[in-house]
Design a protein around this ligand. Sequence first.
Ligand SMILES: [Zn+2]
Length: 223
Amino acid sequence: MREVAEDVFHLSLLPRDAVNAYLVGDVLVDAGYAALAKRVLKAVRGRAVARHVVTHAHVDHGGGSRKVAEALQVPVLAGERDVAAMRTGEMVVDLPGPLEKVVSRYGRFPGVPQTEPLAIGSEVGPGFVVLDTPGHSPGHVSLWRERDGVLICGDVVNTMSLVTTRPGLQEPPAIFTPDVARNRGSVRELAALEPRLVLAGHGPIVRDAAAPLAALAARLPQD
Ligand SMILES: [Zn+2]
């Protein structure tokens, strides 16, 4: 675990930062797959954790949440429209025919029945504000700290290709994004903030992120 901005720690849970979590003050953001929960717990050992926020109810972000919350005895919070999916461990999928079944099965994770809604606009940890950034999931939230331009964006953007692992800002895979057009809107809104540091769910941290994020937003199709 390393400090990447004031009171913001990066937990790289898989090689090449393929799956990330973050500790902001005493708030743990995301918990990776269920199999990675031990790694999360090891990383935060000896640190105060008071709350666990999940950017969105997907297996690779909330999969470890039940174990982590049980071990740390902390409340779990997610964007309001993702609370039901967090409670049941069944992500929202919108795909044609058999593909929907395959992705739904892959996406199943241990539900966290006590998940509570996280209010948009409320403050989390050391100066972060909760932003509503739907599309990749219905209730996807991001965390934004204006004073030093730090953005925790979950999967609104990936900073690596999940296929080749090559770094670079890009859209998340459409197959796991039930509303691609809405997610593009969220990308544009985040780009307008001109963040200095982008901390994504997948891929390395990106410094001087405003220009590459603006470039990504500019080349997205308008739909
Ligand atoms: Zn993800």
